[in-house]
Design a protein around this ligand. Structure first.
Ligand code: HEM
Length: 383
């Protein structure tokens, strides 16, 4: 269930009043009516013009759950992993989270004073890593834990883990870059240091369409509804992050039917090999007359099928990344109540996935995505 108040890409007309509003707010002053009209004129708007019928699309920052999970996936993302000083206590963490929350709330409602921020929706999330949760004895879900090692892992410790994971998403990397500056400035007084940061992106697709990954397949088709109670633990959940390098050239060299058999879905429509439309449920038990499975035994959607996990699903909100021509792939970001689900699926994939020759897992993290914040109860207030 999305909580957006409108499609921010709808019309240029619906975006225009936000530019004026955001610029006015970021001027940092409560302007008298006359001064407001003058400012509006200076910004190129006719103060006498009728207000736009469509209300501005602002992503609500405050809510039971964080917007980085409930809002539609915005096409540009930035992940930041911070480490806290060894001596940091719960007060230090609460102070850091409150400072981060202030920046994110202001960025979301347009009141962050920065001329570089334009009228664009912003979504975000903050999550606490298992080592910090254990060190500070935080009331984290019992399921929060590091992942085990998997066969084939080539993990870079410098790009993995972290005490605090932040994710900001927007329409454009410009915005996530500017927000990164503000977040790091807000984190500085706590002594937190940047462990790694990672940018990701999605191709722009009309709202409601599933974006493709760098293998060209639609990615996210079989996702559960983000409101599915099975994903949540008291309005928090657990993020599993994997940075997976993809050999796109070698995969693209396969004939299309081989690609489809590897995935278990059709390239263009995204339909499972057992169905006709993208959102048909892949049926891993259907066989050809010769007794072989229609979705092959090593197909990605067979090995990751919820039918092998008692129906349990994770919410995948991955992004592509493109750091160098040799290092491109998927930032696998999935949310679930218990990361043991990821471990079961990844063990099956690591053993048999037809995609394996084209994939290398290069980084990994898990983190407890905190419940959302309220104006009088910032992120982490209950820790
Ligand atoms: C770069 C690596 C990967 C690529 C390119 C990839 C791609 C895809 C694609 C195209 C689909 C089918 C469309 C959809 O339902 O979204 C899919 C489904 C899925 N993938 Fe992956 N995936 C990757 C890694 C992983 C990993 C590491 C996991 C978990 C361990 C995973 C778990 C799943 C799950 C649970 C489904 C849905 C299965 C279903 O409900 O039918 N994937 N993936």
């Amino acid at each position: 269930m999305h909580i957006e108040s409108g499609n921010p890409q709808d019309t240029a007309a619906s975006a225009r009043p936000r530019i004026g509003r955001r610029a006015l707010l970021s001027a940092g002053a409560v302007l008298a009516a006359g001064a407001g009209a003058a400012a509006a004129t200076a910004l190129g708007r006719d103060p006498a013009a009728a207000p736009a019928a469509t209300p501005p699309a602002v992503v609500p920052h405050h809510g039971a759950r964080q917007s980085g999970l409930t809002y539609r996936q915005l096409p540009a993302t930035r992940l930041l992993a911070l480490d806290l000083p060894e001596a940091a206590d719960r007060d230090a963490l609460r102070g850091l989270l409150a400072a981060v929350d202030k920046v994110l709330a202001a960025a979301a409602d347009g009141s962050l004073a920065d001329p570089r921020l334009s009228a664009a929706p912003i979504s975000s999330l903050a999550a606490v890593g298992p080592a910090l949760a254990a060190r500070l004895k935080l009331p984290a879900p019992a399921e929060l834990a590091e992942l085990p090692a998997f066969p084939g892992d080539r993990l870079d410790a410098g790009r993995s883990g972290g005490d605090l994971l932040l994710q900001v998403s927007a329409e454009h990397p410009w915005t996530t870059g500017v927000l990164t500056e503000h977040l790091l400035a807000a984190a500085k007084p706590s002594g937190a240091t940047l462990r790694w940061n990672q940018a990701g992106f999605l191709p722009s697709v009309p709202d409601g369409e599933t974006p493709r990954n760098l293998f060209g397949f639609k990615d996210g088709s079989a996702n559960p509804d983000p409101a599915d109670p099975g994903l949540w633990n008291a309005d928090g959940t657990i993020l599993v992050y994997r940075r997976i390098r993809m050999d796109t050239a070698a995969f693209a060299a396969l004939p299309a039917d081989r690609q489809e058999l590897s995935m278990g879905r059709r390239l263009m429509s995204g339909a499972p090999l057992t169905g006709a439309a993208e959102h048909d449920d892949p049926d891993i038990y259907v066989k050809h007359p010769d007794g072989s499975y229609v979705i092959p035994v090593d197909a990605h959607v067979r090995l990751s099928s919820p039918r092998l996990d008692g129906g349990a699903r994770m919410l995948r909100r991955g992004y592509s990344y493109d750091d160098t021509p040799d290092d491109r792939g998927l930032l696998f970001c999935a949310f679930m109540r218990d990361p043991a689900l990821f471990t079961r699926v990844q063990n099956r994939l690591a053993a048999n996935d037809a995609l394996n020759p084209f994939l290398t897992h290069t980084a990994s993290a898990t983190a407890w995505v905190l419940p959302g914040s309220h104006p009088d109860r910032p992120l982490g207030a209950t820790l």
